[in-house]
Design a protein around this ligand. Sequence first.
Ligand SMILES: Nc1ncnc2c1ncn2[C@@H]1O[C@H](COP(=O)(O)OP(=O)(O)O)[C@@H](O)[C@H]1O
Ligand SMILES: [Mg+2]
Length: 290
Amino acid sequence: MAVIEVKDLTYRYGIGTPFEKTAVDHVQLTIPTGAYVGIIGHTGSGKSTLIQHLNGLLQPTEGTVMLDGKDIWADKAEMRQVRFRVGLVFQYPEYQIFEETVFRDIAFGPKNMGLSEDEIHARVKEIAGIVGISDDMLEHSPFLLSGGQKRRVAIAGVMAMRPEVLILDEPTAGLDPRGREEILCEIDLYRKKTGATILLVSHSMEDVARHAEHILVMNKGSVFCYDTVQRVFSRAGELQKIGLAVPQITRVCAALRQNGLAIDENIYTVEQAKEQLLKLLRQKGVNRGC
Ligand SMILES: Nc1ncnc2c1ncn2[C@@H]1O[C@H](COP(=O)(O)OP(=O)(O)O)[C@@H](O)[C@H]1O
Ligand SMILES: [Mg+2]
């Protein structure tokens, strides 16, 4: 069953002005319930524009966006519910923090939903646990936190609405590798606990390879390809033609293969490469009778 279906979506900025620009061009897309889709593509390929349609922040110039089989624009009174069900974390969400305490900032969304104080409290605590915010920190001013922690608070604020579809626009941009991995693991944990569908826009092939199950490649406003991680990365040559590269470790393994090492073709993460190399080393050990 598809939670989101995008039918022939086109979006143009600045219609009727000299700056008119088709940012999303006849996109068809089906997101199965519970999927984890990584969205990659160059700057300007239409990723942010596309995802802003999925919770009704942008209205299609042409085409439809369906949530659970219903056009989200069919009944405007329903849009509030759509925004609660499809949570969107913008790029650099830390700039949208404004409350006096971390607790209040995370509670802002659930409060808007009209939940009881008890429920709000329970949700803030649960989500704080998922993103690693201590009880102590909940009472601090968010403005005293580090950049990475602020971003966590902002992500937690969207998660606290318990969206069934969680969309994140480059949530790891500007963070160091450890900060990146932590946030991605927290997203995994949210998914595990809630069964939510995840859409992750990312610049990093490595991050997408490690966490997503499907990849949507956008190119010049169109879907270049949309398939499993394995099948998308098996098209390395085509990706290279549009200036995108498969993960670095995939290229390293390809070079090793060319040099005669019997290493699998489907290696996308350092962990997979490590396993393979250890296996080969062990086999070599056995062959030598060690
Ligand atoms: N607010 C806007 N007004 C006019 N053009 C825009 C606006 N936002 C984005 N664009 C243009 O739309 C295209 C797609 O942009 P965007 O969706 O932000 O791509 P991405 O997120 O992949 O970088 C780009 O050519 C960009 O310049
Ligand atoms: Mg963008």
